[in-house]
Design a protein. Structure first.
Ligand code: NDP
Length: 298
């Protein structure tokens, strides 16, 4: 696949992170304010621990303060709510992220609803999602992974307005907000999901494809209209005896086949993945900026 077809998410994310680092330095100087992100982990899932660690490291690298609570797997819903409420009230903290999934005995809905919408840097609060869905309204925060997909399109100067887009998947954290974001930018959007007959034919009409179905390499070249732009959100482990770990990561798109048809495509890894954390940093920075500017105005 020629480099000219690749959307280099890693390098775009690095650029965004250095932009944020420079803005943080300026904010500290002008306002004496340091953005602060609190990351809450319940239990000891290996994958969640890895995500939390990389989020904290990314915070440190751009000059944020990071806070965190690690609760045991048997922590109660009330205990977790207390932690969220303490962070809601703490002026040093501009973003609160509760790492999902939570243990089964805790209601995800109740916890996400408890996060102050001013600090909802994951963008999962129903009031933020509701505003995203409405014309004339602006959410305080947009969920990080779909926001990263749009940022890739915009930084690659891909026209969105008037284009046909197909989003494969309709989850609350990726597919649904991705479709809303494309629609806000005046694309004509079709969402396909597990009950859609003939998803391939629908997808093959799209100028922009965002694949987030969680099925390894489901979207083959036959799904892609010649010249389309393909954003692959999927992260799946695929057995590979030649790889050191015995597996390698693949997307929801079959890369070689789709790349042969597409004009631009994201690789996995190194496409959407690095953008998710960059957007979390951006959301946290914007939150701190609102506080800094609010303080100046009053
Ligand atoms: P979910 O499992 O929550 O949602 C998958 C969606 O895809 C559902 O809407 C489902 O339909 C749909 N779907 C499943 N099978 C098919 C099919 N055969 N044809 C059409 N649609 C189908 O996944 P997520 O949205 O959380 O994640 C999607 C992918 O993105 C995963 O690979 C995940 O690992 C990855 N991911 C990557 C992130 C990153 O930072 N890069 C962040 C988050 C996720 P239905 O609603 O009918 O069940």
């Amino acid at each position: 696949v020629p480099a000219s077809k690749l959307i280099d998410g890693k390098s775009i994310a690095d650029t965004i992170r250095s932009e944020i680092a420079a803005e943080v330095a300026a904010m500290k100087q002008q306002h004496g304010l340091t953005p602060g992100l609190a990351v809450v982990l319940v239990g000891a899932r290996k994958d969640s621990e890895t995500y939390v660690r990389s989020k904290k490291k990314a915070c440190a690298e751009v000059g944020f303060d990071s806070y965190g609570a690690d609760l045991p797997a048997d922590a109660t819903e009330e205990e977790l709510l207390k932690v969220v409420e303490a962070y809601n009230a703490d002026p040093r903290i501009h973003g609160i992220l509760v790492q999902l999934p939570l243990p089964k005995h805790i209601s995800e809905k109740r916890i996400l609803d408890a996060i102050s919408i001013e600090k909802d840097v994951d963008g999962f609060h129903p009031l933020n999602i509701g505003a995203l869905a409405m014309r004339g309204r602006d959410p305080l925060f947009v969920p990080c992974t779909p926001k990263g997909c749009i940022e890739l399109l915009e930084r690659m100067k891909v026209p969105i307005s008037g284009r046909r887009a197909c989003v494969i998947g309709r989850s609350n954290i990726v597919g649904m907000p991705a479709a809303l974001l494309l629609q806000r930018r005046d694309a004509t959007v079709t969402m396909v999901h597990s009950k859609t007959p003939d998803a391939q034919r629908i997808c093959a009409e799209a100028d922009i494809v965002i694949a987030a179905c969680g099925v390894a390499e489901m979207v083959t070249g036959d799904w892609i209209k010649p010249g389309a732009v393909v954003i692959d959100v999927g992260i799946n482990a695929k057995d590979d005896p030649t790889a050191k770990k015995g597996y390698r990561l693949v997307g929801d798109v079959e890369f070689e086949g789709a790349a042969a048809k597409a004009s631009l495509i994201t690789p996995v890894p190194g496409g959407v993945g690095p953008m998710t954390i960059a957007m979390l940093l951006q959301n946290t920075f914007e939150s701190a900026k609102r506080v800094a500017e609010g303080a100046k105005a009053s």
